[in-house]
Design a protein around this ligand. Sequence first.
Ligand code: MG
Length: 492
Amino acid sequence: MSSLYRTNYHLRAHKRDAFIEFIKSLLLTPFVLHSAPKTDQLKSPGTKTLNHQFLNEVVAKGEADLDDPVDKNVERYSEILGCIEDLIEDHMIHDNSGMRDISRLTQLVPGVGKFFTGLPLKESFLDCNLKRSIASRTLVPPSFNDVKILVNLVNKIKIQVRHILNFAQVKAIAPTLKLITFDGDMTLYADGKDFARDSVLVALMIQLLAFDLYVAIVTAAGYGNDNVKYEKRLNGLLEGIQSSSALTLEQKKRFYVMGGECNFLYSYNPVTSNLVYIPEELYQPASMKLWSQDKKRIDTLLNVAHGCLIENCERMSITEKTQIIRKDKAVGVICKPGFELSREQLDELALATQKRLNNFQHVQRVRLVYDVVLPKKRKAEENEISQLSAQNRCEPIPFCAFNGGSDVWVDVGNKLIGVGYQKQQNKLDVSVLMEKFQAVGNQTLHVGDQFLSTGNDISTRSACCTSWIVGPEETAELLTELTQKIEDYRNI
Ligand SMILES: [Mg+2]
């Protein structure tokens, strides 16, 4: 049983986030072993409703009634999350000393990434518990017939863990936030739709600009230097910014759009309410220009991706349902009208193309090193420039092959480059928005919906703080909390 479970787990690894799975597994113990408390007992003296402040005080003072099942459950969850907070603090200390690999958290969750802030998980849990009744959920014994119910309940816990992490991140970053970036589809608006003027997110994003923050949309949508297409997609927000009397011209100028993951940058002109294309030579770091202007290498890479997509569509017998779209810096598979692909089919296409491109670039690199770089090194008369040029061609071109929800795209470049790249010794110094606005990891927050290994937001995790939402409604919930926290902090 256990080996079968392990096999299935690894087969579904692209659908799991190791850190969230770790927290979820710890929270499952009180969920499974302890039955639901009576909600009546959550009431503080003299009130008829659940009292969050009262609960906070009880837990903070250690005054929980040990005979009260409600207090027990809240205390159990709080204790677990408090321990995880300590693990994160310890992990950050090790990481800052260059010893991330030996932290306790790395041992428990191999591959866990970098944290740019501590996370007040316990406090966030108490907030989320009030809204989502986490501690008062009932136990469902896992009989065969109950498996489906159990899985659904487990999934609810997974969602709640993500909420707890998001709210903890918002609390932690509010005092230092300087740059906030957003994915487009399914983060600010529905898949393939435009930013509507009546979206609640318009006012929230204007409020972020009013706090003197830099606000940028970093989207996969690649329309080159065609500002009209971006203006059409973002029309509701642009109109909102233009008509806002609360914002100064300088604040309005802090809005940017990055298209094609990292390839097309636009600034906002508050006088004309237009997006203004910024030529790539004005903002691209030198290490990005090595590949961004090498059309031949980009075409070769996209040809391989194109062939792989065709081959896999044929293998899955979905060629009739789909259409391949080729752009200058991207190639994708979209569905023909009246057809749609399952999430599994889209994941298969994304993962197969990721693997093919990684293998292709690895083989290219090995060939180049053995056929060009090493022979040239052996010749003392070889000039340095041609040798350097050959070495540059050894560096793989960054790409992003991802499941876009209803389509699959392979973009040259990725959001890690678009948002920022943490400068490290012996690593390429590639960075766009974080570099442009001089914002470091604990001053930058990226909000997106694609943080699994088949997604295009996950790459930002190694550069800055992130929040994983699943739709515009959750983005609104997150921004409401964030703007409140920033206001609270600035009023102190
Ligand atoms: Mg998205």
